[in-house]
Design a protein around this ligand. Structure first.
Ligand code: GBH
Length: 499
């Protein structure tokens, strides 16, 4: 027993993770910073969304969120008390360049905020991982030219923004991520439409957009602009700064509903390829640079093609496989062969189930519809990614909500004793350690999602993913550590090899 936590079952995993394994928590600027219009910050598309009635489930905004802009020093202290050695956070582009474009001025106050945060982290012995883009486009770029729908203009602006960040922070920051989950950004913002910039073919809800084409264009713009940024980093900064750079992809495991059924097995493979290989094949694959064949087959020329130059930019453009994953699903084929698949379909013609044919559940329920505890799927996904791409894996997000945390402050001990979340981390991190120990899969980091309850995008404050409970009613957004924070501290101490 270590501080009340028992690792008897994990005894054989002691020291399984490399001694320089990086672990900590991940966050995103719009979800925690607040200060949405302070010190010169320009509005982002998420600020526009939040200030449009009816777009956020609880009608909240991220105007204040956790006020991490004001309390970042407290947050670093909190992380230190949690025993982490790394922190992944995103930069708000419109805090750094309020109007966003390559010819717009930078905002020194915004740069100073991130510079101070980086210094504070380093002084605490915490390695910063910076994400350049976690979904918040400067609103001015959306207004001027529809941002990612205009690849040429967007590439120039994104490259210049990245360059400013490398110039100002690259002396101290050695871990860069260009995009967080380009696929989720493209689908939630341009297919489903619930995320910024709220584009979709669904005219009952959204004024503009075309679900059948725009997500694929936006995905392509992200891949190509990522490639350009990586080239700039490698040519101009990496030689002297010596850091690493890559892209983080989202992806959950998909399992056939009936493993005996060929059509279900094909569905599961399509699910993985539409969700993951969409980006991972062009970046990490071998052979001809293109999107997966099953996507081409279903989407035809609605899926962009890569020019020769784009192929060169994109292939090999990530030093590692950045992996965000949460859960697993059972899947079947929706429309049978021979019948037309609707042009709005963007997931590979699938149906989803919580139980398989034998009635086995995908896992324990969380407080979030789509999310169940499915460590078995994580174990399979790690192996699928490793065998298909063979790149060092950085797990950059993984975590859960848990029922019963919507209480008023101060939260009682039993609310803070988040056993469901502890079991989530115990099982997923245990699978990660097993994959390293038993199969030699090269895994180098683990970031829990997330440091503290936050503004969960279009779900507002209704999803609490944190290892810290936040009193959103209090002016100072009081932080209360949950027991999972203490659990992870002890667990990683057990799992990481001693220096
Ligand atoms: C991550 O995305 C984000 O990077 C992070 O900012 C966010 O806070 C975290 O997840 C928790 O949600 O409603 O059935 O259509 C994870 C990928 C993709 C998961 C979209 C939820 C919606 C499923 N997300 N998905 S559904």
């Amino acid at each position: 027993m270590v501080n009340g936590f028992d690792f008897a079952l994990e005894a054989e995993l002691k020291g399984a993770l490399r001694k320089d394994f990086l672990w900590g928590y991940a966050t995103a600027a719009p979800q925690i910073e607040g200060a949405w219009n302070i010190d010169g910050k320009g509005p982002s598309t998420w600020d526009v969304l939040a200030h449009t009635p009816g777009r956020v489930l609880d009608n909240s905004t991220g105007d204040d969120a956790c006020r991490s802009y004001d309390f970042f020093k407290e947050d670093v202290k909190l992380m230190k008390s949690y025993g982490v050695n790394a922190y992944r956070f995103s930069l708000s582009w419109s805090r750094i360049i309020p109007l966003g474009s390559a010819s717009d001025p930078v905002n020194e106050a915004g740069l100073a905020f991130y510079s101070d945060l980086i210094d504070e982290l380093l002084a605490a012995g915490i390695t910063p991982f910076l994400t350049l883009f976690h979904w918040d486009v400067p609103a001015a770029l959306e207004e001027r030219y529809k941002s990612m729908l205009n690849q040429d203009k967007f590439v120039k602006d994104f490259v210049r923004y990245a360059r400013v960040c490398f110039e100002r922070f690259g002396d101290r920051v050695k871990h860069w991520i260009t995009y967080n989950e380009p696929g989720v950004y493209a689908l939630a913002g341009y297919a489903g439409g619930a995320h910024a910039p709220n584009r979709s073919s669904d005219r009952e809800k959204y004024d503009e957009g075309d679900t059948s084409t725009e997500p694929w264009i936006v995905g392509h713009t992200q891949l190509v602009s990522h490639g350009h940024v990586v080239k700039v980093y490698r040519d101009e900064f990496q030689p002297k700064q010596g850091g690493t750079i890559g892209i983080t992809l989202s992806g959950n495991w998909s399992e056939p509903w009936d493993v005996e059924d060929e059509s279900d097995r094909a569905a599961a493979q399509r699910a993985l390829e539409f969700e993951i290989a969409w980006f991972a094949d062009p970046v990490h694959g071998i052979g001809e640079v293109d999107y997966p064949a099953c996507m081409r087959e279903q989407l035809g020329d609605r899926l962009p093609t890569f020019t020769d130059n784009e192929k060169k930019l994109v292939r090999g453009s990530s030093d590692f496989y950045g992996m965000n994953t949460y859960t697993a699903f059972f899947v079947r084929t929706a429309v049978p062969p021979g019948s037309p698949i609707p042009p709005e379909d963007h997931k590979g013609n699938l149906l989803w189930f919580d139980e398989n044919k034998q009635g086995v559940s995908r896992g324990a329920e969380s407080d979030t519809e789509w999310l169940r505890t499915s460590p078995w799927g994580f174990a399979k996904l790690l192996r699928w990614i490793w065998s298909r791409y063979h790149k060092p894996i950085f797990v950059t997000e993984n975590g859960t909500t848990t029922k019963g945390e919507h209480v008023s402050a101060p939260p009682r001990e039993d609310v803070l004793n988040d056993t469901h979340r502890i079991e989530f981390y115990r099982s997923y991190v245990g699978e990660l350690a097993k994959a390293v120990k038993e199969e030699g899969i090269d895994i180098r980091s683990y970031f829990g999602w997330t440091l503290m309850d936050n503004w969960e995008w279009a779900k507002g404050y209704t999803d609490r993913f944190g290892v810290t409970w936040i009193d959103f009613e209090s002016p100072e957004k009081t932080r209360y550590p949950k027991r999972s924070a203490a659990f992870n501290r002890q667990y990683f101490k057990h799992l990481i090899a001693e220096a």
